[in-house]
Unconditional design. Sequence first.
Lengths: 552, 99
Amino acid sequence: MIRALSIVVFSLVTSDAMADALAGPTSRQGLNPIAIAMFLGFVALSLAVTLWAAKRGTRTASDFYTAGSGLSGFKNGLAIAGDYTSAATFLGVTALVYTSGYDGMIYAIGFLVGFPMILFLIAEPLRNLGRYTFADVAAYRLSEVPVRLIAGVNTLVIVLFYLIAQMVGAGKLIELLFGLPYFVAVALVGVLMMAYVTFGGMLATTWVQIIKAVLLLTGSALMSYLILARFGFSLERLFGQAIAVHPKSTAIMAPGGLVKDPVSAISLGLALIFGTAGLPHILMRFFTVADARQARLSVLVATGFITVFYTLLFVLGFGAIALVLADPTFKDAAGNLIGGTNMVALHLADKLGGSPLLGFISAVAFATILAVVSGLTIAGASAASHDIYTCVLRRGKASDQEEVRVSKGAAVAISVAAMTLGMLFENQNIAFIVGLVFAIAASANFPIVFLSIAWRGLTTRGAVAGSLAGLLSALVLVALSPGVWTAALKLGTAPFPYDNPAVFSVPLAFLTTWLVSRLDRSAAGAAVRFAFQAQHVTAQTGFDRPGTAAFH
Amino acid sequence: MDVARILDHPLFQRLAFERRCLGFVLATAMAVTYFAYSLTIAFRPTLLGTLIFEGSVITWGVVIGAGLLSFGFFLTAVYVLVANTRLDAISQQLQEDLK
């Protein structure tokens, strides 16, 4: 029954530095009938939602991509939170706190700071200028074909890399939770996400994300309550017990080895703080609400949710140290945690509420995976269909129906690609992927979106050159970094010493954009600089927004 | 839409200026506190290991970390509050004026 697996789930949420702390053998759990019943219940519910969404109609492009822009800010905020918080965060951050204590908090903070930045820098103009994809914003005044091509390629690169990380993690997790073989687990996730997106479009995807967000928050709040109840609702006593049983003792209450040096700290910080504002699946969610006011509310709800969730994870991690660490029932013969460190949140659920709670939390972890992969798939499908097919290949001549058909086809293709990549990468070291995704988002997408809104002088050539510079430098530097060069390819000491390239690639992208735009003396350059005026009015006021009736 | 007329309208200029200032100030506040925190960890990690008072087990690191998490939410709430009241009022007035 016990089968050793290399640990990969954790790598979804982390850079190499932390993967070391959690490396270790994992093994499959015994079957839990309650977990399977709840898992089947969730699948049934999500498929019912998909059917309902399909009946409501996914015929027009607006319905398919953005649920007709009819969601309330509150629902969209929950969906954004559901899109962003992965199973890897839930299990990985708890596990990170369990092994290293305080370092888990540093990690959680990094993933939160990007959200307020979206609101402060781009959310309102983004809603006012775009319809389906973030490329709409850049293409509002810049030359459509080159800008959409580069934005579409960036989106597909980000979506596919992120999907590899999610699929491999999902496969391992389901293998552990439900005892299914890896390839069956990956195929199951792939088929379900394909069904949600293809039949139910954005409406079904949104509801899967909302249900998941509510389940995840309920699960972690319930567990935190049960933990605190055991310690008389005294944090002092909880931390005291954790310090007493943890081998690192009081060191778990202070920063450990997570941040190695200032350059790495700044680099990861830049990737996280600006990368969130460049993630296509997050940006796309802003088009599902009616106006800038609802867009604001979305960010407020999402930030509130994620803040509470991450704070609770810290309680869960310390609860796991205090309650699971010293309990021999959760250890194998060698004294290691059964199933590996990533399973600590599940052991904690077992300890706190027996099989019912364990079953519930397992099902929540599964729901979490599905919500994230569906969000990625629809973002990839919209970029492939709206940006690349309709606007670049067909020069805007495709009908609405044709565009929807192509995006459904793209969703199927992306799901198949994700399943294939998930199988291929089963035993690869993919610890670098999440860092890479955020670095590409921060260096290739964020500068285009931000500068097209904020800087009159941006020209098409500048945007394309800057985005390409950001994309290529991020890819090359990550390939030369310890995470890929040393850990994945085993080529010895890495030529580029840092795991995250953002400290170089983000400034390079901005600088290239600025320089090329400045040197652009073409007539087209002058025209797009002039067009900034009209764009500025729409961005600030929402008058004459694309896709709505004209203001006057 | 008469772009030139709106651009020259003092209410529009105020709206754009205030929104930009609000976003810029809050984004700077968020980035500065976050990088100050990261760099403290990189340069002076022991600082965050100091206990909040003699005899407690809770460190300043935990308090500051939890504070920083809430600070992000607080700044978001400030933006939403100002935008929903002040900026939307200016926008409304501008719309009236342009009719």
